[in-house]
Design a binder for this molecule. Structure first.
Ligand SMILES: C=Cc1c2[nH]c(c1C)Cc1[nH]c(c(CCC(=O)O)c1C)Cc1[nH]c(c(C)c1CCC(=O)O)Cc1[nH]c(c(C)c1C=C)C2
Ligand SMILES: C[C@H]1O[C@@H](n2cnc3c(N)ncnc32)[C@H](O)[C@@H]1O
Ligand code: SF4
Length: 450
């Protein structure tokens, strides 16, 4: 790929397409009533997944783009868990209390900030409020610095089978520049503990493009991380959005690598992971060849949702907790972000839905096209549109952005198939954007995250 094309499509401020339309399109058209009616309809649509957001951490990582707040005390966490428990009741009431649940995902913030008893109580609450299947998948995002042995026992008891650990970088110079000291031993202890509890799939999150990060530093982090043999890696480009995330102002912008250095780091990480036996999956994930995600990627059954790439095949996702996003067949819904407002709504017996988006049939078709592109780097428009009442050909006609991408060799279009060129895969978000009817219309810039 020429440098010109990299500059034209690779460095654009493009969404990561964990949903279509993307979150900036959400508005107050979806509120508690709309959500309740959607919940009343899903009982018959097959099993659902549940995402629970735990928006607390013990200390602030300066790069963090997640919805979280810092607390040294335990009381705010306990009060929040009471609220989430009430929300479970409200959702269960609206959906009918026999809603089949196949997957549970605890994200954050830092779910491991909960006491083991609090975690077990929350799992018990889910079991009583929903028809939680005995072999339900349970995944937890973990900060290795706050994972203690009793919590691992509670995970074992609850059937946790997947864990995602925040690693980011093992380089002490980078760690100091992002306020996230974390020794190799802390991460290793967490991995060994989780393995002995039978957790079958472990993911590490890594970030490149951090302050003071170099290619060499990235490569060393990967070498150390690969020694611990997690099944998967998710590798994010640092998204610097100080206008939204005030604490990112603590990061010295002069020490941030520029776009070409970021690309070099991303490539070096990919190369090192592949040398260590990991396969590239989607835009930014890597997995051991026998891992479920790698299998799903090879068979074209991988999915993309708010948690990134996934093997979760449920059509609906119930989001619980402040800022949590859910998806029902008719659209997306997001809960209030401020903790006080969230808790107040729930205490008043009202679903804490703040905003969302109702999908038109055309949106639904575009969402499926974009999901296949992000997962498979190709899409068969005829296959995706079959049964939708649309001839997806209209997505290609008069599509100037797609035409440009084809002229530039980023994609090839043959009949109904659109294929992203092998050496242009890192530009897949630009291809997805060519199918995004709202691209550029929300007046918000997305991150430079590659
Ligand atoms: C696990 C941590 C999370 C990451 N993103 C989210 C969570 C819970 C969810 C989220 N973060 C933002 C939004 C947009 C709406 C808002 O209320 O601000 C949502 C739904 C803010 C945000 N985070 C990133 C960016 C670029 C933005 C805002 C700008 C935009 O909408 O594009 C970057 C970012 N956050 C996470 C990752 C992995 C990531 C970039 C690679 C984690
Ligand atoms: C959930 C995961 O998201 C990643 N993460 C959190 N904040 C950012 C950001 N600003 N840019 C890129 N990645 C981020 C971390 O790797 C974390 O572990
Ligand atoms: S990266 Fe994880 S631990 Fe750090 S502030 Fe964000 S949510 Fe908390």
């Amino acid at each position: 790929m020429s440098d010109d094309l990299v500059a034209k499509y690779g460095d654009a401020r493009l969404p990561r397409y964990t949903s279509y339309p993307t979150a900036p399109a959400f508005s107050a058209v979806v509120g508690p009533d709309e959500y309740a009616s959607g919940l009343a309809d899903i009982g018959r649509a097959g099993p659902v997944s549940v995402y629970l957001h735990v928006p607390f951490c013990r200390s602030m990582c300066w790069y963090c783009g997640c919805h979280t707040s810092i607390t040294r005390q335990d009381a705010p966490v306990g009060e929040y868990l009471d609220a989430i428990s009430q929300e479970v009741e409200l959702v269960s009431f609206a959906a009918g209390n026999d809603l089949p649940v196949k997957n549970v995902h605890f994200g954050g913030g830092t779910p491991t900030i909960m006491k083991p008893k609090q975690f077990s109580a929350l799992m018990a609450k889910l079991s009583s409020a929903f028809a939680l299947s005995a072999d339900a998948g349970v995944a937890v995002e973990i900060d290795p610095r706050t994972l203690a042995a009793p919590m691992i026992d509670a995970f074992c008891e609850a059937g946790v089978d997947r864990a995602s650990l925040g690693v980011q970088s093992f380089d002490p110079i980078v760690q100091a520049a992002i306020n996230r000291p974390q020794s190799f031993e802390q991460t290793q202890t967490a991995v060994l503990g989780l393995r002995s509890a039978g957790v079958a799939s472990i993911n590490f999150d890594l970030i490149y493009g951090l302050p003071k990060q170099t290619v060499q530093s990235c490569v060393e982090t990967v070498r150390l991380a690969a020694e611990l043999r997690p099944e998967r890696f998710a590798v994010f480009g640092y998204a610097h959005i100080p206008a939204f995330k005030k604490h990112q102002r603590l990061i010295d912008e002069a020490s941030l690598p520029d776009a070409s250095k970021r690309n070099e780091q991303a490539e070096a990480i990919a190369e090192e992971l592949q040398k260590a036996g990991y396969q590239r999956v989607g835009l930014d994930h890597f997995a051991l060849p026998e891992d479920q995600l790698a299998l799903a990627a090879r068979s074209g059954t991988m999915r993309r949702n708010f948690q990134g790439y996934t093997t979760d095949d449920c059509d609906s996702l119930i989001g619980l907790g402040a800022s949590a996003i859910g998806r029902l067949p008719k659209g997306y819904m997001q809960n209030h972000v401020p903790l006080g407002l969230y808790a107040e709504r729930v205490a008043a017996g009202v679903l804490p839905t703040a905003k969302g988006y109702l999908l038109s049939e055309e949106d639904d078709l575009r969402a499926r096209v974009i999901e296949r592109l992000m997962c498979d780097f190709e899409v068969d428009l005829a296959r995706v549109s079959s049964g939708s009442g649309f001839d997806a050909g209209f997505l290609v006609e008069r599509n100037d952005r797609l035409g440009d991408l084809a002229t530039d060799g980023v994609v090839t279009i043959s009949g109904d198939r659109i294929v992203v060129s092998q050496n242009a895969r890192f530009m897949v978000r630009a291809v997805a954007a060519a199918f995004d009817a709202y691209f550029g219309s929300h007046g918000r810039t997305h991150s430079k995250a590659a």
